[in-house]
Design a binder for this molecule. Sequence first.
Ligand code: ADP
Ligand code: MG
Length: 309
Amino acid sequence: SGPRINDYQVLEEIGRGSFGSVRKVVHLPSNKVLVRKEIQYGHMNSKERQQLITECAILSQLKHENIVEFYEWDSDKNVLYFYMEYCSNGDLSQMISNFKKERKYIPEKLVWRIMVQILTALYRCHYGTDLVPLESIYDKVRPPVKGSNAVIHRDLKPGNIFLSTEKVPDPSTASQTLDYNKAFVKLGDFGLAKSLGSSVEFATTYVGTPYYMSPEVLMDQPYSPLSDIWSLGCVVYEMCTLRPPFQAKTYSDLQRRIRAGSFERIPEYYSKELQQVIDSCINPDLQSRASSYSLLQNIQLRIARKSLQ
Ligand code: ADP
Ligand code: MG
């Protein structure tokens, strides 16, 4: 094991993912609470390991206020450790189930607020350009730069969308105390799915039911940034309806529904603009699906801005 491992005091497990456990740790030199995610990679060949390391290098450069910060990685014989920002205020799947329990709609303002933050994170990754500050997003969305490497999330779902307060995360803050209207979105698990296998097989074996997976990926075509946009549409839909747009009892039935691409409307409670944004994301036709750029530019977001303030 590398020397850095000794810089951390390992605390309790906070969750279990597909590849190993997730623990709270203290970075002793700075006394900061972080999260350590472990990935068992003993079974991987050297090419796969190399790809994982390459991904790590990319992720450690992916700094954005709406992306979970990736600090460093370290490896043991069979385990890779990722050290990242600790998001103490839960995730979007918890927020959705809280609203569901209380039988309340998520206010439209909040839906837009969260969507815009996810979009700025996606824009940063899809186009490789610097971040667009949330405050100025409606005035000047920089046009994408051609030729830069796109990072694709590949596993956008409510459980990977963390919520944080603006301040330095306080481990004693329970998720119920978070004022959602002040929540900051932090997108996690960026790009990792690539190295860990991103096929349909991956989705069904490890991730569970692929509710948010785009039709092209289900048909084993390559991921594109637009596959993330499909998933974003599904997430925004779920914020409005409190269930995903495509559900089914069997995997093949789900696949059929996703490929057909038809889903029920969101409740009347929400604006037409919101339904239109969802429709432009959950579009089986790749050619006409919206991009993070076009969405951010979209006039509908300008309209939403007025209701956001
Ligand atoms: P998956 O995304 O497949 O559910 P993960 O390995 O990403 O599994 O996460 C396992 C658990 O740890 C989840 O409950 C997740 O919410 C939590 N978790 C992961 N990363 C963080 C983080 N940076 N901050 C707080 N909780 C996290
Ligand atoms: Mg995750």
